[in-house]
Design a protein around this ligand. Structure first.
Ligand code: PMP
Length: 321
């Protein structure tokens, strides 16, 4: 027999695919790490598993306990599936602006959903602060705290980065992705640099995020906006602290959408906008590094999660995309 022991063993060990269009456009080899192949269909299953198992190991999460988190959706989906597989309850706080599919998926998984209006981080109504309050007020509950809980980036140091290093046969020149919590960028960056200090780690920042200016000029500053879900950070989270960023690109939604369309029509890959922004970033990194380089990026989640938004022409027209 060739079987996995349980659902949780399906998290990670995702395939790496060479992306033809981006590779041909740059004369480099650009590869996408297929995080949509995780059981919750996103990169966040990894962080969810590490956060829950870290809380168990510390004795913070006891049988019958509750996991509470504020999330743009994918972390909630990851946490809910890990919680179901381990017998915990989940309460998810998310901004009401996130896609309908994510909310429906969370409800289908049995998570209790608390929707809050989109608010700035400084507001007590922000989904992160609301989730912390609910965790404090709930008996035998943990607050997953994905932004500042470094069990998140550890998932990428010991998981994603190791997998990429071995899948590439130890021959990789560059890596780039966008940051939500920064767990993926910092974790993969640290993990790859531990193997080879000369691998270039690049941030691909959407408009409206503050990290591009921080890494370019040392100042957290943002301008413009993005409709990409799950990315766009305005502060240095604990997960981003000490991230080995060598260079940075600012990527527009239009550039991201261009690559989402090409990967869909030319390669049959249905992705979300953060994946498109990552691929646009990989193309920018390839052009900056010159031909014949081997560059990896993250295909963060499935586009089936955005059929009512990104992949819906009426929605795109409304957003000017
Ligand atoms: N893309 C999507 C669709 C996401 O939901 C997230 C997680 N917020 C990311 C990218 C970024 O991942 P990370 O939190 O590791 O920075």
């Amino acid at each position: 027999m060739d079987v996995t022991s349980d659902t949780l063993a399906l998290i990670g060990n995702t395939p790496l695919v060479r992306l033809k269009g981006p590779s041909e456009a740059t004369g480099c080899d650009i590869f996408g790490k297929c995080e949509f192949a995780n059981p919750g269909a996103s990169v966040k299953d990894r962080a969810a598993l590490f956060i829950v198992e870290d809380a168990e190991a510390r004795g913070l999460l006891r049988p019958g306990g509750t996991i509470v988190e504020g999330t743009a959706g994918n972390t909630g989906i990851g946490l809910a599936l890990v919680a179901n597989a381990k017998g915990y309850r989940t309460i998810i706080v998310m901004p009401e602006t996130q896609s309908r599919e994510k909310m429906d998926t969370l409800r289908a998984l049995g998570a209790e959903l608390v929707l809050v209006p989109a608010a700035p981080y400084s507001s007590p109504c922000h989904f992160v602060h609301t989730s912390r309050r609910i965790a404090e007020e709930t008996d035998n509950a943990i607050w997953a705290n994905q932004f500042d809980n470094i069990a998140n980036r550890r998932a990428h140091i010991v998981g994603t980065a190791e997998e990429i290093w071995h899948q590439m046969g130890g021959r990789i020149h560059g890596f780039t992705c966008a940051a939500g919590t920064g767990g993926t960028l910092a974790g993969v960056g640290l993990g790859l640099k531990a193997h080879d200090e000369s691998v270039t780690i690049a941030l691909s920042d959407p408009h409206g995020a503050a990290l591009y200016d921080y890494y370019a000029h040392g100042e957290l500053k943002s301008e413009g906006s993005s409709v990409a879900e799950g990315i766009g950070q305005g502060r240095i989270t604990a997960n981003l602290e000490g991230a080995p960023i060598d260079t940075q690109f600012r990527i527009s939604d239009a550039e991201g959408w261009y690559w989402v369309q090409r990967l869909l029509s030319e390669e049959g890959l249905c992705l979300g906008l953060s994946s498109g922004i990552n691929v646009a970033g990989a193309v920018a990194l390839a052009r900056a590094m010159g031909p014949d380089k081997r560059i990896v990026t993250i295909l963060c989640d499935t586009g089936f999660r955005y059929l009512s938004t990104l992949h819906n022409p009426a929605w795109r027209a409304e957003k000017g995309l």
